[in-house]
Write a protein of this length. Structure first.
Length: 381
């Protein structure tokens, strides 16, 4: 008696997607199970384990979600006042000035009395009514506040530390740095933090024309997400001459070390590295891990920042992947995304007829191509 057939997780995902297509055609559960060569009980267990569902269940789930959204909105409107009061009563507001602002907010927005607002915030009513010293003519730090405002106007890029240094060493004032920091914040003189510019990678060799296989490989990343909103990062790499897809890496996050491991596996599977890797200036590509891996092994060519057209082959491939695969599917799990994207890249290599290759598939052209790398680019016959 033959043993039971074992299905891998990838085979189960493919059969579930095929089952959804058959259900859309109007076939019954028994007919779908017979065509997939499994029992109805097995198909039911697969759906329960891997998140598949039929059309009726999907419609019912959609209606339940809409009802849930309406109920949530009504509940949010009813609980708005209680939530606001609960937030200000957690003890996160520390300074008297911040507590005064919280009391004013509760009085203006929620229409609460001063007594109840002070009780919720944890501020004495006498303290709330007392005018802060900084707002009175008797403020002992009025002169220093004026000096700090003038300094910030003259030096808009300086922070409180440089202002303290100017007071200490230029004005010869014995003043505490923490006091300068407090006055600096109270006057709203904080300097806006600017994000640093993206670094541009330094190419190790001049640009090379992809006139033969294994000369220039282009690599890039794309992003998508599963239905629960979690991110999916997709790494793709193609040979610019043959258009063969060489890398299928789909993860939640891809670090530089993981990218190096995958490149090493691709180099071993294809018989060696190319002459050049063409890429943009992403953080994984300019990392020390990739730089050390490619040193004395493969050249690295970076396109200028903000010029994706200089890496047109991989951008064209990413466009096809986005329109023909990512935009036409939704992913219940990361495993499903890996399977379907991997199948798309396999079909690209073995079924997609490329006009630039004489309407041959990349795999057919790569098997028949005998071009070698020369200074002059070859043409497709």
């Amino acid at each position: 008696m033959a043993g039971r057939k074992r299905h891998s997780a990838e085979d189960i995902v493919r059969k579930l997607r095929r089952a959804d297509e058959l259900a859309a055609e109007g076939k019954t559960g028994e007919q779908i199970a017979a065509e997939l060569e499994v029992s109805p009980a097995t198909l039911y267990n697969w759906r329960r384990t891997y998140g598949g569902m039929d059309t009726d269940a999907a419609k019912e789930l959609k209606e339940l979600r809409e009802q849930n959204a309406r109920l949530k909105k009504l509940l949010a409107d009813a609980e708005l006042e209680k939530d606001a009061l609960r937030e200000v009563a957690k003890g996160k507001i520390l300074s008297p000035a911040a507590k005064r602002r919280a009391v004013d907010m509760l009085k203006d927005v929620l229409g609460m009395s001063e007594r109840l607002a002070c009780k919720a915030v944890g501020l004495a009513r006498s303290t709330c009514r007392r005018l802060p010293l900084a707002q009175t003519p008797q403020d002992p730090d009025a002169e220093m506040r004026a000096w700090l405002r003038a300094y910030a106007t003259k030096h808009p890029c300086h922070g409180f530390r440089r202002a303290w240094a100017a007071l200490r060493y230029d004005e010869h004032r014995e003043v505490n740095k923490k006091k300068v920091h407090r006055l600096w914040r109270e006057e709203g003189l904080q300097v806006r933090v600017h994000s640093p510019r993206k670094r541009a990678g330094v190419s190790s060799i001049p640009a090379i024309v992809a006139d033969a296989p294994n000369v220039v490989w282009a690599i890039d990343f794309q992003y998508d997400s599963t239905v629960d909103g979690k991110a999916i990062k997709i790494a793709s790499m193609i040979d610019e001459h043959t258009r063969v897809s060489l890398l299928n890496l789909v993860e939640r996050s891809i670090t530089a070390d993981r990218l190096v491991d995958e490149l090493q596996a691709v180099f071993a599977a294809t018989g060696g590295p190319p002459r050049v890797l063409r890429m943009d200036n992403g953080p994984e590509f300019i990392s020390q891990a990739l730089q050390q891996f490619c040193e004395n092994k493969v050249g690295m060519v970076y396109i200028p920042p903000g010029t994706p057209w200089n890496n047109g082959h991989i951008e064209s491939f990413n466009n096809r992947l986005r329109k023909e695969c990512l935009n036409r599917n939704h992913w219940n799990t990361l495993l499903e995304a890996r399977v379907v994207i991997g199948d798309f890249k396999h079909d690209h290599n073995h079924r997609h007829r490329h006009s630039a290759l004489g309407y041959r598939t990349p795999a057919e052209y790569a098997a028949a191509c005998r071009h070698t790398h020369t200074p002059m680019a070859c043409q497709i016959n």
